[in-house]
Design a protein around this ligand. Structure first.
Ligand code: GRG
Length: 282
């Protein structure tokens, strides 16, 4: 069936991918409480933006729809890492949130110890899935390298450390941009770049720029939504630092830049990545 845009792509691929994720983890994890706690957050209604972006990039680089399921292990690994990060982010010693996606946070449902272990389990299992995937060794190695680089202490974990240790200091624009790049954009960039690698696409700085821009835009959109809901105005966010209107302008500029970058890509079907940008429309 013809795929018209990113949301159409998700409609066609997501049900199958969701079934894969649930079945695989349910079969692999034998310890009951651990399995329940891991699946509780994995099946809690996340949008699956990162694995869908990964698969959309692979598809745009020429991987046929009927072959995308060979890449589900890698897509799944990216979602496992994202899910772990949200469980740990909600913990009392981190962002201390009682709810996530309208449901009790993992530690509120299972307790802090089990929630830490559910996160640990998801993170570790992600790399097991990549190692066991049927893709060629060079692709698996690239996936491990990029995911570890961007989600670990050179990326997302570093951003989270800055976030929790700089809580009482007002960060300037440059510091805040670095924090958001590491904490939020790096995992999104990993999804895009691993997608290109797995589809034999020669990675260009334009695609990396597109990914970095949408990663930062993602954070700004989330912060603008929180600001509209009256969230804590002492947090280090762009709406709190430069105001909501200036943040909206910054968000629109990032989306325009992302569009310009992807339009310059050659040997690449740009339709899905261009239509993904609709996510940022009000
Ligand atoms: C604990 C190492 C560690 C890192 C945590 C991801 C993260 C770092 C913190 C989350 C803070 C946050 C809410 C950032 C805003 C952008 C963001 C990542 C939103 C959540 O991602 P979505 O919208 O979530 O893709 P769903 O629920 O759809 O999966």
């Amino acid at each position: 069936m013809e795929i018209k845009n990113f949301s159409d792509f998700c409609e066609q691929v997501l049900p199958d991918f969701n079934k894969f994720l649930d079945t695989k983890l349910r079969t692999e994890i034998k310890q009951d409480t651990l399995r329940d706690a891991m699946l509780y957050s994995l099946d809690a209604g996340g949008k699956r933006v990162r694995p869908m972006l990964f698969l959309a990039v692979a598809y745009s680089c020429g991987i046929k729809q009927e072959n995308l399921s060979k890449m589900y292990d890698i897509a799944g690994a990216i979602e496992l890492v994202h899910t772990y990060s949200l469980i740990h982010d909600d913990l009392p010693e981190m962002d201390d949130s009682d709810y996530r996606r309208g449901k009790l946070a993992n530690h509120k449902k299972f307790g802090v110890g089990p929630a830490v272990l559910a996160g640990d389990g998801l993170l570790t299992q992600a790399f097991y899935w990549i190692a066991k995937s049927s893709l060629d060794t060079d692709k698996r190695m690239a996936a491990v390298r990029i995911l570890a680089h961007n989600a670990g202490p050179m990326g997302m974990v570093a951003g989270q450390m800055t976030d929790i240790t700089m809580e009482n200091k007002v960060l300037n624009e440059e510091e805040l941009t670095t924090l958001h790049k590491e904490k939020t954009a790096d995992l999104i960039t990993a999804a895009v770049t691993i997608g290109a690698f797995c589809a034999n696409h020669e990675l260009s700085s334009r695609l990396v720029q597109y990914a970095n821009d949408i990663g930062l835009a993602f954070q700004l959109k989330d912060d603008l939504n929180d600001a509209d809901d009256g969230e804590d105005n002492s947090k280090n966010t762009f709406p709190n630092l430069i105001g909501k209107e200036a943040t909206k302008t910054k968000l629109n500029d990032l989306v325009k830049d992302a569009l310009n970058s992807v339009l310059k890509e050659t040997e690449f079907d740009k339709n899905l990545l261009v239509s993904f940008l609709d996510y940022f429309k009000e």
